[in-house]
Design a protein around this ligand. Structure first.
Ligand code: AMP
Length: 113
């Protein structure tokens, strides 16, 4: 049985989101607690809990998500941005449906905390 997450509910339109992009493989929407002027999440329609669970057969999907994230960042007129995938609780993952953060619109520090 696959676990229900807030993002699977967003995908099923059971809860709303501020959508910025959608196609047959993924959707993207604004993070509800933005950490920067632009903070968008790209999520696959396929249920994958995290990068730990990806398989070789997900290669095209993962490539697609990265290409979509770059397209969205450019549409948001970002010159610089960070793409982040938190994997596991201690790395900051709170929603166990794979997602790419697009964060930009301010100077970003390195290393992240
Ligand atoms: P992570 O901590 O990497 O798992 O990222 C999960 C992100 O989802 C956090 O940045 C949350 O602010 C964001 N989030 C949680 N619920 C929602 C929601 N309903 N709509 C948009 N973003 C959300």
């Amino acid at each position: 049985m696959t676990e229900e997450t807030i993002f699977s509910k967003i995908l099923k339109r059971e809860i709303p989101c501020d959508e910025v992009y959608s196609d047959e493989h993924c959707i993207a929407f604004r993070d509800i607690q933005p950490q920067a002027p632009v903070h968008i999440l790209v999520i696959p329609r396929k249920t994958i809990a995290s990068l730990k669970e990806v398989e070789t057969s997900d290669k095209n999907l993962l490539g697609h998500l990265m290409i979509v994230s770059a397209k969205i960042a450019k549409e948001q007129e970002l010159e610089n941005w960070r793409t982040v995938i938190n994997t596991g609780e201690e790395a900051g993952q709170t929603v166990f449906h794979l997602h790419i953060h697009i964060i930009g619109g301010r100077k970003l520090l390195w290393p992240p905390g």
